[in-house]
Design a protein around this ligand. Structure first.
Ligand SMILES: *[C@@H]1O[C@H](CO)[C@@H](O)[C@H](O)[C@H]1NC(C)=O
Ligand SMILES: *[C@@H]1O[C@H](CO)[C@@H](O)[C@H](O)[C@H]1NC(C)=O
Ligand SMILES: *[C@@H]1O[C@H](CO)[C@@H](O)[C@H](O)[C@H]1NC(C)=O
Ligand SMILES: *[C@@H]1O[C@H](CO)[C@@H](O)[C@H](O)[C@H]1NC(C)=O
Ligand SMILES: *[C@@H]1O[C@H](CO)[C@@H](O)[C@H](O)[C@H]1NC(C)=O
Ligand SMILES: *[C@@H]1O[C@H](CO)[C@@H](O)[C@H](O)[C@H]1NC(C)=O
Ligand SMILES: *[C@@H]1O[C@H](CO)[C@@H](O)[C@H](O)[C@H]1NC(C)=O
Length: 285
């Protein structure tokens, strides 16, 4: 709450002169949560970019051009990656042949919004799009290290699925949703972490979820390297493998010898050893 008041203070000071160009590095310092008449949705990153004026602050009429520019300026996403994300989001607009969407259109349950989110309650229990501290505390309790590892991100996802299936009689989690859901847990890695090690800074990540604010004041800056589709695909694969709770299946899937936690590679490839530790036993490529 203290941090909220702090940001609200910044917003009051600066909202009158909201940036016209988000290329300006100082654009990060503009921040104001959505007010009456502004649309926000279930996706913490889209909300955050709207709060920072990288996206239209009202959360409306998000076109391909607008979303591509926002993700590039704020997070260094390559346009080809945003293209795919935009295509996935567009069906949220129920109008035929729509070329834009509004953030609140993402709220419709079982279009993009899904059960067992890390920071939102299931639609069955009520509000499925506003940040829910109780839900997030459950996710966060699995993030025991700094940086948070890929396995720990996965643990929070799987724990939320289990919690949801145990308590929500309408629990619905298709393989498509699973794919999206992995995209959601890898977002903090590409935004706030180390995409090679598949880890993310815990302080930055928690701050982002809880405040829908980019953690500039904590020392975060825009990623130096562009985030590519290849990066996201690799991370999604790492996280998919991380979802099994069996300890022998990974080496079987990879057709390697019966080693535990990549001992062989540690012997022959000392340089990879430190990186591999962060990823668990899935390697970097
Ligand atoms: C902008 O979005 C509103 C709904 O939020 C819609 O009625 C309007 O047609 C859109 N405008 C354009 C130019 O797409
Ligand atoms: C949507 O696009 C399809 C294919 O281009 C077209 O046949 C259809 O008439 C369009 N619908 C509307 C409502 O514009
Ligand atoms: C589960 O959600 C999918 C969309 O993700 C939907 O097509 C399907 O009908 C839902 N199943 C049930 C049982 O509600
Ligand atoms: C937060 O989520 C929990 C668990 O789904 C729910 O019981 C609670 O009512 C939610 N809180 C709010 C403010 O929606
Ligand atoms: C994460 O960021 C915080 C805040 O800048 C910093 O104190 C911490 O050392 C960082 N953690 C790692 C693992 O770099
Ligand atoms: C997950 O989504 C990506 C991007 O749309 C797609 O390329 C990939 O085939 C999907 N994977 C699965 C297992 O559905
Ligand atoms: C794999 O290695 C472990 C530990 O050395 C051993 O106990 C186990 O029997 C081995 N499994 C297979 C399938 O060879």
């Amino acid at each position: 709450m203290r941090s909220f008041a702090f940001f609200a203070g910044i917003a009051i000071a600066q909202a009158a002169s909201a940036p016209t160009s988000s290329e300006d590095a100082s654009a990060y310092s503009y921040w104001q949560p959505g007010g009456p008449g502004d649309f926000r949705g279930p996706c913490p990153m889209m909300n955050t970019l709207a709060n920072h004026y990288f996206l239209p602050h009202d959360g409306k009429n998000l076109t391909r051009e607008v979303v591509t520019k926002a993700l590039q300026d704020a997070l260094h996403f390559e346009p080809s990656l945003t293209e795919i994300m935009f295509e996935q989001a567009l069906p949220a607009n129920p109008l035929p042949n729509a070329t834009w969407f509004d953030l609140n259109q993402l709220n419709v349950h079982a279009v993009l919004e899904h059960d067992a989110s890390l920071s939102r309650s299931d639609a069955y229990f009520g509000n499925n799009h506003v940040f829910n501290q109780t839900v997030f505390d459950e996710s966060k309790k699995y993030w025991i290290d700094d940086p948070i590892t890929a396995d720990q991100l996965t643990n929070s996802k799987v724990a939320r699925q289990l919690q949801s299936r145990a308590g929500n009689p309408t629990y619905n989690f298709s393989s498509t949703v699973d794919n999206f859901s992995r995209g959601e847990i890898l977002a903090p890695i590409v935004a706030f972490g180390d995409k090679v090690a598949a880890t993310t800074n815990r302080t930055f990540t928690v701050h982002f979820f809880e405040n829908e604010h980019l953690p500039i004041h904590l020392g975060w800056h825009r990623p130096t390297d562009p985030v590519t589709l290849e990066d996201v695909t690799k991370l999604s694969e790492i996280l998919a493998k991380s979802q099994t709770l069996l300890t022998d299946s990974v080496s079987e899937q990879q057709g390697t010898q019966n080693t535990t936690h990549g001992e062989t590679e540690e012997d022959t490839c000392g340089k990879k050893k430190m990186i591999r530790r962060g990823v668990g036993h899935f390697g970097i490529s």
